[in-house]
Ligand binder design. Structure first.
Ligand code: SF4
Length: 239
């Protein structure tokens, strides 16, 4: 089920996900199948990721329009700015305008009764980026190594860059727009925000060396044939 012709970009996105899976092997974490504290209605995604998610066979026999109609009628987190817009403001050392902080209650509609994700292979990066070195299931908070937080932010930015002419928003809103209107533009009624090209990365001085090594590894990752991820990313700052 493809609503937008993004086949080539889906391949690049899948390579970014695959790279991240490999990269994560260098970090210890306690997350395991059935943990689902982070599976809420407040997940944010780009339109590219939502289109990729719709490739999941889980949607083949599902009345997705109906599911999304009720899921988006309730309060859910709706970001006011994209990750690259925020990064751009930080890099210019300006003040970030306050975000709408409303978060919705309840589990992600793609979670099954056993606490497993029905769309796991196609889940967006926001789901992949959530991990913890401490069990957070019983009211605790997720703990993450600071460098992994930096890497996660960079990958959010890179995925937005790959989709820079389109939109982001709450995953359920973006899916709803794709399914109902096949629209990828922000509009007065659709609650989506415009994506932006990568303005640069937010890295602390003590992380610079490790971050450069991470970027080289990312840029050298194979997408297919002789092509690597570096071919799809801005050259400045990538070598
Ligand atoms: S898409 Fe899957 S991993 Fe992501 S929040 Fe929903 S159930 Fe959890």
């Amino acid at each position: 089920m493809i609503y937008v012709d993004n086949s080539n970009k889906f391949k690049i996105l899948a390579a970014v996900y695959s790279f991240y899976d490999q990269f994560l092997k260098g970090f210890s974490m306690v997350c395991k199948p059935g943990c689902h504290t982070c599976c809420t209605v407040n997940i944010v995604a780009t339109s590219l990721e939502a289109g990729y998610l719709l490739r999941s066979s889980f949607f083949d026999d599902l009345d997705l329009k109906k599911l999304l109609f009720s899921a988006t009628a309730r309060p859910i987190y709706r970001p006011g700015m994209s990750t690259n817009q925020i990064a751009d403001i930080c890099l210019r050392q300006e003040e970030i305008p306050p975000d709408r902080v409303e978060h919705g209650e309840g589990a992600c509609p793609f979670l099954d009764q056993k606490g497993l994700c029905n769309v796991y292979e196609h889940r967006p990066f926001a789901c992949r980026a959530m991990s913890s070195t401490e069990v957070c299931q019983y009211g605790g908070e997720a703990e993450m190594e600071p460098f992994l937080v930096t890497v996660n932010l960079a990958i959010y930015q890179i995925i937005e860059h790959l989709d820079k002419d389109r939109t982001s928003g709450n995953l359920l809103d973006v899916l709803s727009e794709l399914v109902n209107t096949q629209s990828i533009s922000p509009g007065p009624g659709n609650r989506l925000i415009s994506n932006m090209a990568l303005p640069g990365f937010l890295v602390t001085p003590d992380e610079q060396g490790r971050f450069r090594a991470f970027l080289r590894r990312l840029a050298d990752f194979q997408v297919g044939g002789d092509t690597t991820l570096g071919a799809f990313l801005p050259q400045s700052g990538f070598r």
